[in-house]
Design a protein around this ligand. Structure first.
Ligand code: AMP
Ligand code: MG
Length: 326
């Protein structure tokens, strides 16, 4: 089976084709805001401008392997969650391709696609998933046929929080990797708010306090302490979810998972509890088209398709809205 997947919930427009053996081709183009953060309308414009070329390049990659669009058995797309205008652009392209090629359309939940590619790349079987990306931060695990959310951010996603702080101190988007570099040069620790509410997390107070702290402390020290606080919050809730469910593996996914300090902290927690720790390759951590194609293929193999009349985008698509039958 050959499935084409298109991702475009936010900053990354990416189209990929996967087969039963794995990845066949992936072509991406990144939207970088001229100033400030991601603007939904600009992201949609970026996606519609680059979609034709992305698909052309994908066809060129397929041709090198003796394949063409006519060989595709299904078209999967990110149905949500994400930025409405960006999602609609991707959905329109996916519907068109599905009709043109006369193959089924599969609307994919973006969060579940992160999980699925993580499992596919690492061999994780039934993990407690720590999903830390730009807009989303959730701790989830499979229970009774759905990925249940054990804890999540109640304000902004961890990646967006880091990006916001970085912008406030004059760094360009995305800020997460720049904060990580600066944090490595820190000399001392700055106390900041630590906000865990039951099983949920909040980052906006921490970001405000970190911004204020830059007036009195070296930027490197603030970056270090910001990371230590935010990541410890995430590890605390993850550990409690593991203790509660008895899961024996952790899978870290989402763009923020690229952070070596976060990964180290998760690994230490797992080692101390005697459970396995998994993290996919970097290129599969952030948003990518391959993950949409992979989950699309799993769904298609279980007979799940999305008729055009039910293919409207779902900006607030929660992972626990989906019954997991694959
Ligand atoms: P995603 O939404 O999953 O594509 O992830 C994008 C987010 O990951 C952005 O907010 C980035 O700032 C963040 N990110 C990427 N690399 C790192 C890193 N090394 N440390 C922290 N955050 C990162
Ligand atoms: Mg994502």
């Amino acid at each position: 089976m050959l499935v084409l997947g298109i991702e475009g919930t936010a900053w990354n427009l990416s189209a990929a084709v996967v087969s039963d053996e794995g990845e066949v081709a992936e072509v991406s183009h990144t939207y970088v805001p001229k100033e400030g953060g991601i603007h939904p309308r600009e992201a949609a414009q970026h996606h519609s401008e680059h979609m034709p070329r992305i698909l052309e390049q994908l066809c060129e990659c397929m041709a090198q392997k003796g394949l063409s669009l006519r060989d595709v058995d299904g078209v999967a797309f990110s149905q949500g969650p994400g930025l409405g205008p960006a999602l609609r652009t991707v959905a329109t392209a996916a519907r068109t391709l599905s009709m043109m090629l006369e193959v089924p359309l599969v609307g994919v939940n973006h969060c579940l696609a992160h999980i699925e590619i993580g499992k596919w790349d690492t061999g994780a079987h039934d993990p407690m998933v720590v999903y830390a990306s730009g807009a989303n931060t959730q701790i989830l695990a499979l229970s009774k046929g759905r990925y249940r959310v054990f804890g999540e951010t109640i304000d902004i996603g961890l990646g967006n929080a880091l990006d916001k702080f970085a912008r406030a101190i004059g760094m360009s988007h995305p800020g997460g990797p720049k904060i990580e570099q600066l944090a490595r040069k820190a000399n001392s620790y700055v106390p900041l708010p630590y906000t865990v509410k039951g099983m949920d997390l909040a980052f906006s107070g921490l970001i405000t306090a970190a911004k204020n702290a830059t007036r009195e402390h070296p930027i490197e020290d603030v970056c270090f302490s910001l990371q230590e606080h935010a990541f410890a919050m995430l590890v605390e809730v993850s550990e409690r979810a593991i203790a509660h469910t008895g899961k024996e593996e952790v899978l870290l996914v989402g763009g923020v998972g690229a952070n070596e300090r976060l990964s180290e902290m998760m690994r230490i927690m797992c080692t101390e509890r005697g459970i396995a720790y998994h993290r996919p390759k970097k290129r599969y951590l952030g948003d990518n088209g391959t993950m949409i194609a992979i989950l699309g293929m799993r769904m298609l193999k279980h007979g799940i398709t999305t008729p055009i009349e039910r293919s409207e985008v779902i900006a607030g698509y929660r992972p626990d809205m989906v019954e997991v039958v694959w």
